[in-house]
Design a protein around this ligand. Structure first.
Ligand SMILES: [Fe+2]
Length: 249
């Protein structure tokens, strides 16, 4: 291969437009307006959904935060939000399938919800998206996953690459990997959007074969702008070879 060919190849890769049609479904985003730290208005939601549709996605599962102190979103509030977004998106003539679930913050209140058998918002059958704080490991981490499974749910661990407590704790990673927990990577982690260590750990999770789902975790336009860098990333291309659950959702 001549130097010219190499230069040409690199340039092509750099400018390759992002096309997410291979993925089809995004199962983690904050596009129901006004109920968490995501989209702030119905207009903003419609615009973000239009852009995600233009990137090739055919379905979005919207997952507002449910966090006892900050976002006390109930299933009713989320379902009402879904109805509003569906109407506005249909009005705007965007042909995309919309569903809603939630991103539950793992705390005592969430634990009680499971214990009290309060119905949780699921997607893809019995899947429940759960996040934790970024710095320290919740005491109830393994126990909560265990109780979720006992209650018939399939836990989906939101963006494990972002949890700094997991980066050095190989034992914890191994014990989570042994359980029936689906790891969900944020696409933007592969671009270094959050930090370099998070990017490295995301790559490690892909190499270990632990990633079963990916999501945009889109909160606003900055996320979509940053997504455009993805085709330049070697590990983005590795994702295309994985047998992800997204397309079947
Ligand atoms: Fe999120």
């Amino acid at each position: 291969m001549s130097l010219f060919d190499i230069l040409k190849k690199n340039t092509t890769k750099k400018n390759e437009p992002l096309n997410l049609s291979w993925l089809g479904v995004d199962m983690h985003n904050h596009l129901i307006p006004g109920i968490d730290d995501g989209s702030k208005s119905l207009d903003e939601s419609v615009e973000l959904i239009r852009l995600l549709h233009e990137l090739g996605l055919r379905k979005l599962i919207m997952t507002p935060h449910v966090m006892s102190e900050f976002y006390r979103n109930t299933p009713e509030m989320i379902q009402n939000g879904l109805v509003q977004v569906r109407l506005a998106v249909a009005d705007a003539g965007i042909d995309i399938e919309l569903e809603a679930a939630a991103e539950y913050y793992m705390d005592e209140i969430f634990f009680e919800k499971i214990e009290k058998k309060e119905p949780l918002l699921t997607f893809g059958g019995n899947k429940v998206l759960v996040e934790t704080g970024f710095l320290s490991k919740p005491q109830i981490l393994i126990e909560t996953f265990f109780r979720m499974e006992m209650a018939g749910y399939q836990p989906v661990f939101a963006h494990p690459e972002r949890y700094l407590y997991l980066h050095q704790d190989t034992e914890l990673l191994d014990s989570l990997a042994e359980r029936n927990i689906s790891f969900q990577l944020n696409l933007l982690s592969l671009t270094g959007y959050y930090s370099k260590p998070i990017k490295k750990f995301a790559e490690k999770l892909i190499d270990r074969g632990l990633i079963k789902l990916v999501g945009t975790d889109c909160h606003n336009i900055r996320y979509i702008e940053a997504l455009e860098r993805l085709p330049r990333e070697k590990y983005y291309h590795k994702l295309l070879e994985l047998n992800l659950m997204n397309p079947a959702l």
